[in-house]
Design a protein around this ligand. Structure first.
Ligand code: NI
Length: 267
């Protein structure tokens, strides 16, 4: 599989699940020649069969290398980001839930999900957008949500892009992230306000904002229920002392970005 077709298929999957992200993309496209992605974020469970390593395999085979790692103690998450040798390609940010840090019943529920995933799905180059290859009840979803919003997200949505991220530096008609935010709000989109609408500062070399994930209907064993889908992120990077555009992530900001899929997030 070639990188461009992989990224294109991930984008199609993401848009099909999240019509509002595609609408925003189209709104921005009206005044932009080209919209570059800063990064794509993926979520998984830490487990010998899954985890960051398995999720990253296809990207490593296509020219990506591991760069930095990140710890989110309170959310019990660990993450790494990967960069391509062609810097115009999006970075890949992969996080995993530290399953072993949860109680027995929570671990059991997650293991029951993992056991249902065929090896062929995990080994496929399409694994990162394979979606949900297991059955789950809404009751289990709610139990997971009560201890980890992240666990409930992966268990209901599956393996697919959690968000794409517009690289604000390359937008021609927006000077800064504030203008992008105002544009989104003027069009009726809600922003994640956890940690402020703009997370990070120029001195931290990265500013980010994101929409709130829209609720989407998902089939569970016991019926169809609305759950948080994906969101769209916006990132502006600054140059470091050496004059190079900073390429890493700020754990404190990413921690707040994770909350874009929190249900009932207040304005
Ligand atoms: Ni992100």
């Amino acid at each position: 599989m070639e990188l461009q077709s992989l990224l294109a298929e991930m984008w199609i999957d993401y848009c099909s699940l999240n019509p509002s992200a595609h609408q925003i993309y189209k709104l921005l496209s009206a005044s932009e020649n080209k919209i570059l992605n800063d990064h794509i974020a993926l979520r998984t469970f830490k487990h010998p069969r899954l985890g960051i390593k398995q999720m990253a395999a296809v990207f490593e085979s296509l020219g990506y290398t591991e760069k930095k790692e990140y710890f989110f103690k309170e959310k019990r998450l660990y993450a790494k980001h990967y960069e391509h040798f062609d810097v115009t390609q999006p970075k890949i940010f992969i996080s995993e839930l530290l399953v072993e840090e949860f109680s027995g019943p929570v671990q059991k529920a997650i293991f029951e999900i993992i056991e249902q995933i065929p090896d062929s799905v995990i080994q496929s180059p399409k694994f990162c957008y394979s979606g949900r290859s297991w059955n789950i009840s809404y009751q289990t979803y709610e139990m997971l949500a009560s201890v980890s919003e992240y666990a409930s997200w992966v268990s209901s949505i599956g393996f697919r892009p959690n968000h794409f991220t517009v690289f604000v530096n390359y937008l021609e008609s927006f000077k800064n992230i504030q203008q992008v935010n105002e544009f989104l709000e003027a069009h009726g989109y809600r922003l994640n306000t956890s940690g402020g609408k703009i997370k990070g500062t120029p001195s931290e070399l990265l500013e980010q904002s994101s929409t709130i994930a829209e609720l989407i209907p998902v089939q569970f064993n016991d019926g169809i229920f609305n759950v948080s889908g994906c969101f769209y992120e916006f990132a502006r990077r600054y140059k470091d002392e050496s004059g190079k555009l900073y390429q890493g992530f700020i754990a404190a900001s990413a921690d707040k970005i994770f909350e874009s899929t929190f249900k009932n997030k207040e304005e």
